[in-house]
Write a protein that binds this ligand. Structure first.
Ligand code: PLP
Length: 352
């Protein structure tokens, strides 16, 4: 028998599949992959990967070999795993016969791969202006890559979620590199990059955020479906008198006698302190405001009607990514990836 967890995270695998299909259609003739790094942005890579395989996705991206290891048994046939951070010195022994492709980011990584697996395919990242990971365009055409079996040449856009000249500058630099580096495929676009249009698609796209219900740009609004819900149980319902304060540092003072419900959810569950006096729970379409400071494990909401939740009732937390991002000042990426480990994990398909 398992002890009860008063907090649950439900993901809708068919919504993730629908989002992938939309991104695949938007990618035109390019294949559409999936970034499943950071445990599929916090939603559970071991559930998300099989669903995406079923939808038709064949190219999966994680950061490290440690993230790749548990996913490998799920990925067979013509699908592949790519390691975005490439192959470090400590990875060398493990990587030599681990069937994934590293994305080689530096001259050191290129030399290392030539030493440990000269005949196996790899990917290469070229930096086109973000100054994060990748070879410089000069390094990429210097002869350094001669002899490698390059499956995909990648670059990554720094500001695809904005309409800024940097997008076109990066596109121009990538096109020039792609003309000179021999690879089977070329790939530039993340979720926002897909929305920038066919010039950015090349042969393969690498969405993450939009798969998980994030809205990378206006173009995705109304098409990308939300994929997860967070529900917390009420630990206690109590009465508060006019003039009483609620929670740490007394940041909320009751304007009149009222009732509150204390939810089993806090910043350790990814419900940021920025939702203090700012976030909402939702019950039967009504929004119930958070009162006072969000604590590590508890959050207080105002419950003034008889129909509002009582002890042991489950309450949905309003975490619409776009709205919650504006409310909290946190990015949609942070809202997803900080969800934490204390949830009972459920799927819409297999409710708990
Ligand atoms: C994380 C990542 C992606 C996915 O980006 P989203 O903005 O989440 O779509 C694509 N490519 C690279 C190199 C990444 O690191």
């Amino acid at each position: 028998m398992q002890p009860h967890k008063p907090l649950r995270l439900t993901i809708d695998l068919s919504a993730i599949q629908a989002n992938w299909r939309w991104l695949d259609k938007m990618s035109g003739t390019a294949a559409c992959g999936a970034a499943v790094k950071a445990n599929a942005y916090g939603l559970g890579a071991e559930r998300v990967v099989p669903a995406l395989l079923e939808a038709g996705c064949r190219d999966f991206f994680v950061t490290t070999y440690a993230e790749a290891q548990p996913l490998l048994p799920l990925i067979g046939g013509d699908a592949s795993l790519c390691i975005l951070h490439g192959v470090s010195r400590e990875d060398a022994a493990y990587a030599a016969d681990f069937p994934a492709r590293p994305v080689l980011n530096s001259p050191e990584q290129v030399r290392r791969w030539k030493e440990i697996a000269p005949d196996r395919p790899c990917d290469v990242m070229v930096d086109t202006g973000m100054n994060r990971l990748g070879l410089t365009p000069e390094e990429a055409v210097s002869g350094l890559l001669d002899g490698l079996r390059i499956e995909t040449l990648h670059s990554h856009l720094a500001s695809a979620d904005e309409d800024v000249p940097q997008n076109e500058r990066q596109l121009t630099v990538f096109r020039a590199a792609a003309n000179k580096v021999n690879a089977r495929r070329y790939s530039l676009a993340n979720s926002a990059g897909i929305c920038l249009g066919p010039d950015y698609h090349f042969n393969l796209t690498r969405p993450g955020l939009a798969l998980y219900g994030g809205i990378p740009r206006r173009e995705a609004e109304g098409y990308v479906r939300s994929v997860f819900t967070v529900e917390a149980q009420v630990v206690q319902r109590r009465k508060v008198k006019a003039g009483d304060t609620i929670g740490y540092n007394a940041t909320f003072t009751a304007p009149h006698d009222m009732e509150v419900a204390i939810l089993n959810l806090g910043y350790a569950d990814g419900y940021s302190r920025r939702f203090s006096n700012n976030g909402h729970a939702r019950i039967m379409g009504e929004l119930l405001p958070v009162a006072g400071t969000v604590s590590m494990d508890l959050t207080t909401i105002l419950v003034d009607r008889a129909t509002d939740p009582y002890e042991n009732n489950w309450v949905e937390i309003d975490l619409n990514l776009l709205r919650a991002s504006m409310q909290s000042g946190l990015s949609q990426y942070e809202l997803l990836t900080t969800l934490g480990k204390r949830y009972t994990q459920c799927t819409q398909q297999d409710r708990c």
